[in-house]
Design a protein around this ligand. Structure first.
Ligand code: PEP
Length: 253
């Protein structure tokens, strides 16, 4: 079970440090639940120093597909690794929509992240119009297949299913809708990599997850965790979701 907080473009240096400390104090060692904080780039050092030596892990929200060079303003995988990042969120729908990120670019980033020992959290998800037209499996299917094309090293791979219509909207996929899509993604992974490896890739749900709906989502068979936006900005809410994750693990059959 993995619960990751995507802080997006929020917090300044002081509030980032405070939030990380508050989360650590509220969660401590979450046992079977791995917890990750993904602050903005400029706060990776600050938050990294808070979580260093604790069970909490550090993640970034994006990176460039190249290792180094003349890419003014960009951040590379080795840079993230060198400041202690374990995870990097890739292909978030906000980046796909607002910065034109394609599946091919996400694929290049995934390969780059893996080559530098990072664990990519690859985001996929359909728009409201896709869902209304019944195209969700097709859209998410091509996102998965194209973003992971040629990827062999799946040990560190994480996938987050985030229906675009549920991100920051207060509208959540029902636990059944989430589980159904996760099962579809799992079947695609099994097709790509035979055997047990596909079963071990954590599939996170993201989209307006909060303390009140977390347990129902996290206890679904193919839901292995959550990617949390808004609710990760309040230590209490985030900690409550982590506790829901612990409960889901404890009651899993
Ligand atoms: C996200 O952006 O990854 C996300 C899940 O946001 P929210 O929880 O705010 O819907």
């Amino acid at each position: 079970m993995l619960i990751a907080g995507n802080w997006k473009m929020n917090t300044d240096a002081a509030t980032a440090s405070e939030l990380a400390r508050d989360v650590l104090a509220a969660i401590g060692d979450a046992g079977d639940v791995q917890v990750a904080l993904c602050p903005p780039f400029v706060h990776l050092g600050t938050v990294g120093s808070v979580v260093q030596g604790t069970p909490l892990r550090l993640g970034a929200q994006n990176m460039h597909s190249e290792e180094k060079g003349a890419f003014t303003g960009e951040i590379s995988a080795p840079m993230l690794a060198s400041v202690g990042c374990h995870y990097v969120i890739l292909g978030h729908s906000e980046r796909r929509q607002q910065y034109g990120e394609t599946n091919a670019l996400v694929n290049a980033k995934v390969r780059q992240a893996l080559a530098h020992g990072l664990s990519p959290i690859v985001c996929v998800g359909e728009s409201l119009s896709d869902r209304k037209a019944g195209r969700q499996n097709k859209v998410v299917g091509s996102q998965v297949l194209e973003a992971l094309a040629g990827v062999r090293d799946v040990a560190r791979l994480v996938i987050a299913y985030e229906p675009v219509w549920a991100i920051g909207t207060g509208r959540t996929a029902t636990p059944q809708e989430a589980d159904k899509m996760h099962a579809w993604i799992r079947s695609l992974l099994s097709r790509m990599w035979q055997g047990t490896v596909a079963k071990r890739v954590p599939l996170l749900y993201g989209g307006s997850m909060k303390p009140s709906n977390a347990l129902d989502l996290l206890r679904q068979w193919d839901v292995d965790g959550g990617l949390i936006g808004g609710a990760s900005l309040m230590a209490d809410s985030f900690a409550a979701i982590v506790r829901a994750g612990q409960k889901a693990v404890a009651t899993a059959f």
